[in-house]
Design a protein around this ligand. Sequence first.
Ligand code: ATP
Length: 246
Amino acid sequence: MLKLADIETRYGEIVALKDVSLHVEEGEIVVLLGSNGAGKTTTLKTISGLIHPIKGTIQFMGKRIEGMDAEQIAKLGIIHVPEGRKIFPGLTVRENLQLGTSNRKASRREIQQGIDEVIAIFPDLERLLDQLGWSLSGGQQQMCAIGRGLMAKPKLLMLDEPSLGLAPVIVRNMFQTIRKINQQGTTVLLVEQNARQSLAISHRGYILETGRIVLQNQAVELLYDEQVKEAYLGSAKLAGEGKARR
Ligand code: ATP
């Protein structure tokens, strides 16, 4: 479905991604793991057209997309839910959700249908529909942000650190919900620092270090890989999983 080949992305002189090749097949959850600054967010931004690579190719459902702008890419069905949620504080949950349909022409009936589908995934959002964005808790904001992504009817949903800054019990629910979204037919590319729980719901994973893919495998294999255990599943890393929201 999605194939990156030899991608290089720079911020001026800084090389953020070097020779990154990865693929996501239809129906999968694929996780991209790595420490702070490894290039995970840059990978998602490069796919969604927010930054253009200076080298390499990106194919989505057989089409070359590395030269397209973000709006065109969203129209093809690649939806990026950014880190930090970015919901509009002065708009209600309903209005935030409605904005998710801006990549497609949706009638009022289709919008309502979309909202009903989001509520079926996140039942807690129903009572919050008329509440303003600023008044939501972190977990509620994350539901709203992912819900807005689902309103676009994504073929590929890209989630950047959905667990960041959430309480442990909410994190568990969040991962279960991502699994449910996937089981209902949406392919997911996930960026996470929470290696254990993200690998537990993923089919495959990639490890990024300073802009390069250093390891890739089935998620169960990565969970038991000594290198991964040491770097990402050790006690020090687990303590870091509660990293505060920036
Ligand atoms: P984090 O978990 O902290 O978000 P990440 O793995 O997502 O980390 P990126 O945000 O993709 O990492 O950053 C990759 C590299 O690119 C880092 O060295 C970072 O400092 C650099 N970088 C990111 N954004 C910019 C920018 N706008 N301008 C210059 N350098 C940047």
